[in-house]
Design a protein around this ligand. Structure first.
Ligand code: AMP
Ligand code: ZN
Length: 463
């Protein structure tokens, strides 16, 4: 089965050729667990899940790794500023360990809400791989790619001729000059820290380790190289992350990995575009930071958010508004209610093949969803319902489970439905209409069909 992927490295859509026949190895940059992940972050995690499902449904064995950053990611997103975990600990007056545990738990809870498969995925933590990171830095030191200055050991980007091959180097982003001063001791502006020394102040870091260069902690980028090489090998198939990682983090991962091993690090680099809110980046400082639980407070089911994500292509920025997601929740609900109506149909294999083809074509999820809606309009049958359920292993929308949940009606509502039927039988439309309103006010949707009234819960009432 042929899969086409858009590779940031070549700037083209390419046919996927695995390193090992029938297997795919992939690494995803995961969350920095100093705060809650927002719904923008969720796009990159849902995207990783969609890639996994596409390969699994295409017959591949998937080796998947997503890291948990629990040290070394600095507030400047470069080599200066405070460690985000230490900052979180100070902010909340807790230990680094408590911060990591709390926000990792919240992260896994969100993955579950969005039906992101985790059972077969490894989630290594940076703090549990300090030795591997030190070993990698030692290799780079032996190869002459490093130098030491007062605050740490740095990678000398001038020693790697292909530095920046993934895309433009955002020098400004690296310096982070706006909030913290650039480091004048660096040889080249793009050079980055591999190991940082603990500051020489009375304030002791909560997380620090001994190393051949002195007590300190690893730079942010080295964890991804060390852990991906450990679990997937020196060369692996696919690496993903949000587009913000292209200029710095991923160029740095390539530089340090390829200089340490002498091999190509990754064959296919995939990046998702951002979720914006009113066309602005989602950030605490913008006041538009939103979590999955914030959507739930507005009666948006997490799987409706997943559905909304799939309605746009992962490489296109998507602008979040409550109105847009509420609208897609209604479209999604129509699929769920449709499946709830029928049972015992036969799967339409031609539709399954077409939809798998959409996913294999650089994850054209929007087209796949449009096909499902076309199907229920054109052929509202039990076969269509069985097909939608079968496609769930690709879309991950949990439609079968939701169809069961919307069909569970409490006894009081069942009594109202019976009463309404009796009113309709004697053509008492006034009573029938007021009973409909009452049933709907309880979170149900009523549709009258030639076979009688169909009553299902609304997705908003499952939240
Ligand atoms: P972080 O926790 O900041 O390291 O980010 C985790 C992942 O989310 C990374 O792959 C980021 O590139 C990605 N990401 C961050 N913000 C957004 C956003 N607004 N939209 C989509 N992806 C994002
Ligand atoms: Zn990474």
């Amino acid at each position: 089965m042929i899969i086409h992927l858009y590779n940031t490295l070549s700037g083209k859509k390419e046919e996927f050729a695995p390193l090992k026949q029938g297997e795919v190895s992939m690494y995803h940059c995961g969350p920095t667990v100093y705060d809650y992940a927002h719904i923008g972050n969720m796009r990159s995690f849902v995207f990783a899940d969609i890639i996994r499902r596409t390969f699994e449904n295409s017959g591949y064995k998937v080796n998947q790794v997503m890291n948990i950053t629990d040290v070394g990611h600095l507030t400047g997103n470069g080599d200066l500023g405070q460690d985000k975990i230490e900052e979180g600990a100070q902010r909340e007056g807790k230990s680094a360990e408590d911060i990591i545990r709390h926000y990792s738990d919240a992260f896994f809870q969100d993955l579950e809400r969005l039906n992101i498969e985790t059972a077969g995925t490894k989630f290594p933590r940076a703090t549990e791989h300090i030795d591997e990171q030190i070993e990698l830095i030692k290799k780079l030191e032996q190869g002459g790619f490093t130098y030491k200055i007062s605050d740490g050991v740095y990678f000398d980007t001038s020693k790697f001729k292909q530095y920046g091959k993934l895309g433009s180097i955002d020098i400004e982003g690296q310096r982070e000059g706006a909030r913290v001063e650039a480091n004048p001791e660096k040889k080249n502006p793009a050079d980055f820290a591999l190991w940082k020394f603990s500051p020489d102040t009375s304030e002791k870091r909560q997380q620090e380790w001994d190393s051949p260069w002195g007590i300190g902690f690893p730079g942010w980028h080295i964890e991804c190289s060390a852990m991906s090489i450990k679990y997937l090998g020196e060369t692996f198939d696919i690496h993903t992350g949000g587009i913000d990682h292209i200029p710095v983090h991923h160029n740095n991962e390539i530089a340090q990995s390829e200089c340490a091993t002498g091999k190509t690090f990754v064959n296919y680099w995939l990046h998702n575009a951002f979720i914006t809110v009113e066309s602005k980046k989602m950030a605490k400082s913008e006041g538009n930071f939103m979590r999955v639980t914030d959507l739930m407070k507005r009666e948006i089911h997490p799987l409706s958010y997943r559905y909304w994500l799939l309605t746009s292509h992962y490489r296109t920025p998507a602008n979040f508004t409550f109105k847009a997601v509420e609208g897609t929740q209604i479209a999604f609900e129509s699929l769920v209610h449709f499946v709830a109506r029928y049972s015992g149909g036969k799967i339409k294999q031609d539709i399954i093949n077409d939809i798998l083809g959409d996913f294999q074509n650089d994850f054209n999820t929007a087209y796949a969803l449009a096909r499902l809606h076309h199907l229920i309009e054109k052929e509202p049958t039990a076969d269509a319902a069985a097909t939608i359920v079968a496609i769930d292993s690709l879309t991950g929308l949990s439609i079968e489970r939701l169809a069961k949940e919307v069909s569970s009606i409490d006894s009081e509502t069942t009594a109202l439905i019976e009463e309404r039927k009796r009113a309709r039988d004697v053509k008492d439309w006034k009573i029938s209409d007021s009973l409909r309103e009452e049933i709907e006010s309880r979170g149900y949707m009523v549709s009258d069909t030639p076979e009688g009234a169909l009553v299902f819960k609304k997705l908003s009432s499952l939240v």
